[in-house]
Write a protein that binds this ligand. Structure first.
Ligand code: PMV
Length: 330
């Protein structure tokens, strides 16, 4: 048995599209910030007495689809460890699940760390990142803390599709992300896995999206190297809008935004015009996350909370790597 905690991460240069669906290999790289305020704690216990895998989410039986995905993931861990025992999984998300707040990232990172340890494996961070990726592409990044770069890799076996931390201690200490929830944390309209496939197949803007990502990655890493949050924020906001533009142009359209999403985006622009550090990003859901600084975090959070339709606001700092924690840890 083992218990692990992982933080969610929010991409500043998004992963949106796969080069291999079976191995869950991204079509392009991505760059993210791991967040301390959005955590998952997962306990895995392999038990020869169990006939099937079991999963509880927040103390209640997990939905069948979630158990199914976790069970397929555990099969990979069992194959690596050479064991056949079924397992019980107990997982708690300290934020809304499957609403576009990156619960799959922290969820599969925590599951990879807890399950591999419980199965007797001793995997290094790169191996944990590759394993997490098989559950969810964004989870590969949640193995690491702070700013993280995920590589698409070129190998067919995906061994080089792995995340690594970017050494930016100064900026990682100063940066904050304001998570403005829209729609009360309702389950998102299209899961990211199906949505990105639908975009790749039908969106006339998908090729343009894929062309922009490598340029944004270079510019974002350059901004990080220069400690330039404004440059990073501008890239992040433009990159998120490009991802959503490709989704909106899919046929039929995938529109994650609600009216309050646009109101929140307008507020971010107003904050910027007033001299605040504030740049928006959005994932596969209606929520708006605002990149800012420790100096401006409270003012930005208050402004976002005042937007009609924003139902909750959280201030997050850079989070640490996924790790084993004592059983019973929150
Ligand atoms: O890892 P997935 O399948 O949950 O996809 C993540 C997709 C986005 O959140 C929209 C972008 C990203 O890079 O996290």
């Amino acid at each position: 048995m083992a218990t692990a905690r992982a933080c969610a991460n929010i991409a500043l240069v998004k992963y949106w599209g796969k080069r291999d669906a079976a191995l869950n290999l991204p079509a392009a790289g991505s760059l993210s910030l791991t967040l301390d305020a959005l955590t998952t704690v997962t306990t895995v216990r392999f038990d020869d007495g169990l006939a099937d895998d079991q999963m509880r989410l927040g103390g209640a039986p997990a939905p069948a689809a979630m158990l199914g995905r976790a069970s397929v993931f555990l099969d990979r861990v069992r194959a690596l460890a050479g064991i056949t025992s079924r397992a019980s999984i107990d997982t708690i998300n300290h934020f809304p699940t499957a609403s576009g707040l990156a619960s799959s990232a922290s969820g599969f990172a925590a599951l990879a760390v807890a399950a591999s340890r419980a199965a007797g494996l001793d995997l290094d961070d790169a191996a944990l990142s590759r394993l997490s990726r098989l559950g969810s592409g964004s989870a590969a990044r949640s193995i690491f803390g702070g700013f993280v770069r995920m590589d698409a890799g070129t190998r067919a076996d995906g061994e080089d599709a792995v995340a690594r931390p970017i050494d930016t201690a100064a900026l990682a200490a100063r940066v904050r992300m304001i998570v403005a929830e829209v729609g009360g944390g309702a389950v998102k309209s299209h899961g990211s896995r199906d949505a990105m496939e639908h975009c790749a197949e039908t969106s006339p803007l998908y090729a343009g999206w894929l062309a922009v990502v490598p340029r944004d990655l270079v510019a974002a890493e350059d901004a990080l190297a220069r400690d330039d949050l404004a440059a990073l924020g501008e890239i992040a906001e433009a990159n998120a809008l490009a991802m959503h533009a490709s989704a909106i142009a899919a046929r039929p359209a995938i529109i994650y935004w609600q009216p309050a999403t646009l109101a929140a985006l307008a507020e971010v622009r107003a904050l910027r015009a007033a001299g605040r550090a504030a740049w928006a990003t959005m994932d596969a859901g209606p929520h708006v996350k605002v990149l800012t600084t420790s100096d401006d975090a409270v003012a930005v959070a208050q402004a976002m909370a005042a937007v009609a339709g924003v139902t909750a606001v959280t201030i997050a700092a850079a989070g640490g790597p996924a790790e084993i924690v004592p059983a019973g840890a929150a």
